[in-house]
Ligand binder design. Structure first.
Ligand SMILES: NC(=O)c1ccc[n+]([C@@H]2O[C@H](COP(=O)([O-])OP(=O)(O)OC[C@H]3O[C@@H](n4cnc5c(N)ncnc54)[C@H](O)[C@@H]3O)[C@@H](O)[C@H]2O)c1
Length: 269
């Protein structure tokens, strides 16, 4: 049982608070980037982890980094409700239950508002917003049935707060939607001891980002950041670990912005 469900008079140590031995975590989009960073940290503190990704090859490569008895790869598209249910079922079959869902799968195709193809916008909403809804729904049903609480963490974005660059209006809308969604999820799931929170990265060096931007643009983004660099995947994974563990026992319905102070500077033109 997570500490969020009951209050103990004994103050646990930090090591106890972050010990996830025997917990079961499901990380969508866990084959690379931020998702894989989160898989590594959850594995390190003892959780058994399922990597659910649309890309079979990279998912299996990522899982091969770990022993098969602790990390498994499952293939699925988070925007498809049947796949979402199957991913959760596969997790329960692999490790006997579910404790922590990390909704991390996401896409960020760029296009100016006046140019964006509605089909690109639709796919962005489907993966980034509907995907969070259907995977969280399947996971929540399992968590409620188990009756031992749980954690739902979504890797959202600073774009859910304010634009940081131009050309991501559709993406920004999907991420604002996630912020709206988790507030009601948090209220409805609180009676079951399930907390629901977001981590909001700023620019983070992942295959998804470095495949989109050239070195000069990345250097310009780093120069705009108060801390003078983009995030590494592990900077985001540390905040996700905080929310997944009992360090984050009393947070629900909220977002943690992990952007090196970037949102203080407004949109970059
Ligand atoms: N990298 C950044 O700068 C940044 C900033 C803010 C927020 N984010 C968010 O972080 C999350 C991860 O981003 P990243 O940079 O690591 O991306 P990435 O492209 O490097 O990795 C994303 C992973 O998700 C998988 N995926 C994509 N669509 C999927 C689907 N429909 N179903 C299942 N899996 C799918 C991909 O195969 C890939 O393994 C996303 O939600 C993104 O919006 C990233």
């Amino acid at each position: 049982m997570f500490c969020g469900m009951s209050h103990s008079s004994v103050t646990p140590s930090v090591a106890e608070l972050t010990d996830l031995t025997g917990k079961v975590a499901l990380v969508t989009g866990g084959a690379q980037g931020i998702g894989l960073g989160i898989v590594r940290r959850l594995h390190e503190v003892g959780a058994n982890v399922v990597i659910a990704d649309i890309n079979k090859e990279t998912a299996e490569q990522a899982a091969a980094e770990f022993t098969a008895d602790r990390v498994k790869a499952v293939v699925g598209d988070v925007s498809n409700a049947d796949d979402a249910a199957a991913i959760v079922r596969a997790t329960v079959e692999a490790f006997g239950g579910l404790d922590i869902l990390v909704n991390n799968a996401g896409i960020f195709p760029g296009a100016a508002f006046v140019d964006v193809d509605p089909e690109v916008a639709r796919r962005t909403f489907e993966v980034n917003l509907l995907g969070v809804l259907v995977v969280s729904q399947a996971a929540a049903r399992q968590l409620v049935e188990q009756g031992r609480g749980g954690r739902i963490i979504t890797v959202n974005s600073v774009e859910s707060v304010n634009p940081s660059v131009l050309g991501l209006g559709h993406y920004s809308a999907s991420k604002h939607g996630v912020h709206g969604l988790i507030k009601t999820m948090a209220l409805e799931l609180a009676p079951h001891g399930i907390t629901v929170n977001n981590v909001c990265p700023g620019g983070t060096l992942t295959p998804g980002l470095t495949g989109l931007l050239d070195d000069d643009t990345i250097a310009a983004i780093a120069a705009q950041n108060p801390l003078g660099r983009l995030a590494e995947a592990d900077d985001i994974a540390r905040a996700a670990l905080f929310l997944a563990s009992d360090l984050g026992s009393y947070l629900t319905g909220t977002q943690i912005v992990v952007d090196g102070g970037r949102t203080l500077r407004g949109a970059m033109y």
